[in-house]
Write a protein that binds this ligand. Structure first.
Ligand code: SDX
Length: 429
């Protein structure tokens, strides 16, 4: 492999180093491009631009490969617990039994919220979308833990902030949901386990026994693992750029939650279930909707299909599709939209429009069907995505800070007016 590339500009040759990652990915290091040539690059949407070097997650879009710290997603999803995977992403290695136990105990200590946070929930109308409430409540943690704002906070302080956020996000999500429904808040029972405690806070009723279905808890564990990280996606890039300004972890994660909310990103899981319901109520004619998705004059897109990086099956979608069948049959749930989803997938995978564009089901295509079977309303689906993605966001924020990366500040090519004189208002036409 050549260790450099040459760019010839106006007859002058410039040399730029090539760097290669541990999986053989190659990049042209253009750190000195502008200083040497006066040129910048332009890559709207960063489709060809690496923002950083990272050791957290590797994905190969052509092969449909996804690994967290080198471990294949298929193995982690079937063998690990979400807290184990969170520890792996954040600290770099699978925990020993003692390390995992200590991580669990530290998280269990911090699941409660300051009572005043309820005022954040009360400040929203019950019709508010839970993602807006979630990002506001996470941002409000800077008020209760001002030490988290210090850019020179000690490693211990930063680690405490990490543990607090891992512990409190499920409580924030559950309390904001119950508050929006006028339901009494269920205080955490952390001894139950991470997923089980969330289910308890979401669905238990005061003074009643609450039996946690192990099928539901296991399904949640798998879904959270599958969403835990995905290298430099839109919301993670948001977390990193906010973190690069030395903003607190809480502020950076609140920004990531808002980016994830977008319907082209994590908000797609809610869009998919609403799309499937729409197709069902329209008579279930999947060919009609495939045609709409292909029609450039029709704004309809097949939500849950396509991906910036995966040009093969999203490995997470494969696992979720199989889990869909297993979980719905174990729960005795028959959701007719599952068949519609499978028909859409088959139709699309045999249609040249989708095949030529390498559009496959992504992580969002089947996940909502499981969330609904677990008893969650569709406006909570992206909240579930955020709960899963939290350790990945934290790991990426920590990696950027540990690497002392500079503040992110992209350049631009200006295309507006060239210089012109101010015209007094009385002379303007
Ligand atoms: C996530 O980046 C990550 O890793 C994200 C994520 C993660 O874990 O963090 O994986 C989570 O965000 C998954 C994606 C969820 N979004 C959706 O399902 C929304 C529907 N999908 C699309 O809008 C789209 O596929 C994107 C946004 C996912 C990717 O968009 P790109 O890479 O910018 O591609 P594009 O929009 O330029 O599309 C290329 C072509 C276009 O057609 P042409 O102009 O070449 O004729 O494919 C078409 C698009 O019109 N196309 C679709 C389509 N997706 C792309 N046509 C119909 N239906 C679709 N879903």
């Amino acid at each position: 492999m050549s260790k450099e590339v040459q760019i010839i500009i106006d007859g002058k040759t410039f040399h730029f180093p090539v760097i290669e990652g541990s999986e053989g990915e190659k990049a042209i290091d253009i750190a000195k491009l502008r200083d040497l040539t006066g040129y910048i690059t332009l890559d709207t949407g960063y489709k060809n631009t690496g923002a950083t070097k990272s050791a957290i997650t590797f994905l190969d879009g052509e092969q449909g490969v996804l690994r967290y710290r080198g471990y294949p997603i298929e193995q982690l999803a079937s063998k690990a617990s979400f807290l184990e995977v969170s520890y792996l992403l954040i600290y770099g290695e699978l925990p020993t039994l003692a390390q995992l136990e200590n991580f669990k105990i530290r998280i269990q200590k911090h699941t409660n919220l300051h009572e005043d946070i309820k005022k954040v929930f009360d400040g929203f109308p019950s019709s508010a979308h839970p993602m807006g409430v979630l990002s506001s409540a996470v941002s409000s943690l800077t008020a209760y833990y001002p030490g988290s704002i210090d850019p020179n906070a000690s490693e211990d302080e930063i680690d405490l902030t990490i543990v607090r956020l891992m512990a409190k996000l499920p409580t924030i999500a559950a309390w904001s949901y119950r508050n929006s429904k006028g339901m009494p808040l269920m205080y955490p029972k952390p001894k139950l386990g991470y997923c089980e405690n969330f289910l308890y806070m979401m669905f238990a009723q005061p003074n009643e026994d609450f039996d946690i279905d192990p099928v539901v808890a296991e399904a949640l564990n798998t879904l959270l693992i599958l969403h835990a990280d995905h290298e430099q996606n839109c919301s993670t890039s948001t977390v990193r750029i906010v973190g690069s300004a030395h903003a607190s972890l809480y502020s950076s994660i609140a920004a990531g939650i808002n980016a994830l909310w977008g319907p082209l990103h994590g908000g797609a899981n809610q869009e998919v279930i609403e799309m499937l319901d729409q197709i069902k109520s329209d008579g279930g004619d999947t060919q009609k909707w495939i045609a709409k998705a292909k029609d450039k004059n029709d704004p309809f897109r097949l939500m849950g299909f396509g991906h910036r990086v995966y040009k093969n099956f999203d490995p997470r979608a494969k696992i979720i599709k199989k889990a869909c069948d297993d979980i719905l049959s174990k729960l005795g749930v028959n959701d007719p939209v599952l068949e519609i989803a499978k028909e859409l997938e088959q139709a699309a995978l045999n249609d040249p429009y989708f095949v030529e564009r390498k559009l496959y089901p992504n992580v969002d295509f089947y996940s909502g069907i499981i969330y609904r079977a677990l008893g969650l309303k569709s406006d909570l689906f992206t909240v579930m995505f955020a709960l899963g993605r939290l350790p990945g966001w934290i790991a990426q924020w920590k990696e950027l800070r540990d690497a002392k990366e500079p503040i992110g500040r992209p350049r631009q090519i200006y295309t507006g007016h060239t210089t012109r004189e101010y015209i007094p208002i009385e002379k303007r036409k």
